[in-house]
Design a protein around this ligand. Structure first.
Ligand SMILES: [Zn+2]
Length: 254
């Protein structure tokens, strides 16, 4: 059973990843994610089933349109493989549980949000709203019921404080409220302890990447670097490994 389940979850991840590519591209433009069907951006040829097999099409065609030869970004295949891996990881950690379903919803939203934030430096409110509704629904099957609500506060308040401080000191927007809203719904999924871990990981990761970027000159001083992707990575790591890390940490104290 288990091996088949992994194959099914992996395939689901690939197919959903393919759909997320469409979301990442179209949501910031305010376009429908369902219609029209996908087409080649260069020659306009409508993509058939054979053109849209996740990852494999990209490998077989070496990332080119079968009709006009235009190059497709390797990022489509990256988003598909990433979603596949994350789905497998969630299933491996959670098994067949409500937590697994919640985890699949969470990583799906985070993949879409992280790449949109990377491209456009925005976190769309519609995605935040879906996260909030699913996160609240998850509380119904989760104990204790207040942990998610504390998590939402633990996610939002520190970022709000940093944002407020940034406004005071630099007289301009510090964090962007998209990050605050995103961590509020992520906290619903994580609970308060894992939320704090997610924030910590995001700061460490973001700091490391920002530091390397500044040192190598790829990032200009004072340039804007979206924090959403780091928050998303921290959240995924905290969701997958948070409970064991927290258990280990508490065992050191007692
Ligand atoms: Zn084409």
């Amino acid at each position: 059973m288990t091996a088949y389940t992994y194959v099914l979850i992996g395939l689901l991840g690939l197919v959903m990843g393919s759909f997320f590519n469409v979301c990442i591209y179209r949501i910031p433009q305010g376009k429908s994610v369902v219609r029209p069907a996908s087409a080649c951006g260069t020659c306009g040829h409508r993509l058939g089933v054979l053109d849209m097999i996740p990852v494999f099409t990209w490998l077989f065609t070496r990332g080119r349109c079968r009709h006009c030869g235009a190059r497709y970004s390797g990022r489509y295949a990256l988003v598909e493989s990433l979603t596949c891996l994350l789905y497998l990881a969630v299933y491996a950690v959670c098994g067949v549980t409500w937590q697994c379903l919640a985890g699949l919803v969470l990583v799906s939203l985070l993949v879409i949000i992280a790449f949109i934030d990377l491209d456009e430096s925005i976190i769309p409110n519609g995605l935040v709203l879906i996260g909030r509704i699913c996160g609240l629904a998850y509380q119904l099957v989760r104990a204790p019921w207040w942990d998610g609500l504390l998590g939402a506060a633990a996610g939002a308040l520190p970022l709000l404080a940093v944002d407020g401080l940034g406004r005071l000191v630099y007289k301009k927007e510090g964090m962007g409220l998209g990050d605050v809203k995103m961590m509020a719904f992520a906290g619903l999924f994580l609970g308060w302890q894992a939320t704090l871990l997610a924030l910590l990981l995001a700061v460490v990761l973001g700091g490391a990447v920002g530091g390397v970027g500044l040192a190598t000159g790829r990032l200009k001083r004072g340039a804007y670097m979206p924090f959403g992707p780091f928050l998303a990575m921290g959240t995924v790591a905290a969701f997958l490994f948070g409970p064991s890390v927290i258990r280990w940490y508490l065992s050191l104290l007692i």
